[in-house]
Design a protein around this ligand. Structure first.
Ligand SMILES: C=C(O[C@@H]1C=C(C(=O)O)C=C[C@H]1O)C(=O)O
Length: 178
């Protein structure tokens, strides 16, 4: 995943002008509700497999990631693969400044296989500053991606999502109700 502290990951190219993104793709990438819930509406069971969860220092973040978040002594990283039934549909990377992990939001370090969206969209204190659209060039082809800065009670966290070839976004004929 771009900006990952794992150097073998290729970077995501973030678009300055997303107007050329096809409308059916933009409809997915600009989803303002829970992506987990939207995937479930496809009639699949959504499961999440954490791949890496740890605290890192600011200099272990990608440069453009660090620019999106305030200074902090350390950041919680959560990297997951999200599955629709048995198919891998999405790579998720969440970066959370330690100062965001206060009160009930400390639960964010114990999510395990619970999809992040279940927590984020469970209350009424979630806002989204922006969504950036991008593309990751990978051996599986060009994969659409998005990056959101979210806020829980005004405390920031950064979420990058890369949509995998099996996801409905890349296979629109799969989308129920289209
Ligand atoms: C943020 C959401 O949760 C999904 C689950 C994630 C996780 O468990 O880490 C990460 C990315 C999301 O696609 C959502 O449902 O919108």
């Amino acid at each position: 995943m771009s900006d990952s502290h794992s150097p073998e990951q290729s970077p995501i190219y973030w678009f300055d002008d997303p107007s050329h993104v096809p409308a059916d793709v933009a409809d997915w990438l600009m989803e303002m509700g829970s992506m987990t819930r939207r995937f479930e509406k496809q009639g699949v069971t959504v499961t999440v497999k954490p791949q890496n969860e740890c605290f890192v220092s600011r200099d272990e973040l990608g440069e453009s990631e660090a620019q999106q978040l305030p200074e902090s002594a350390r950041y919680w990283i959560r990297e997951i693969v999200l599955f629709g039934d048995a198919e891998p549909w999405l790579l998720g990377r969440t970066v959370i400044p330690e100062e965001t992990l206060t009160g009930p939001d400390l639960a964010l370090v114990d999510l395990g296989t619970v999809p992040l969206g279940r927590y984020l969209f469970s209350g009424n204190n979630l806002t989204r500053d922006y969504i950036h659209l991008g593309q990751l060039q990978s051996e599986q082809g060009d994969l659409w991606a998005r990056r959101s800065r979210l806020r829980l009670s005004d405390k920031p966290l950064l979420l990058t999502e890369v949509f995998l070839p099996d996801s409905p976004l890349h296979r629109p004929q799969n989308e129920v109700g289209q």
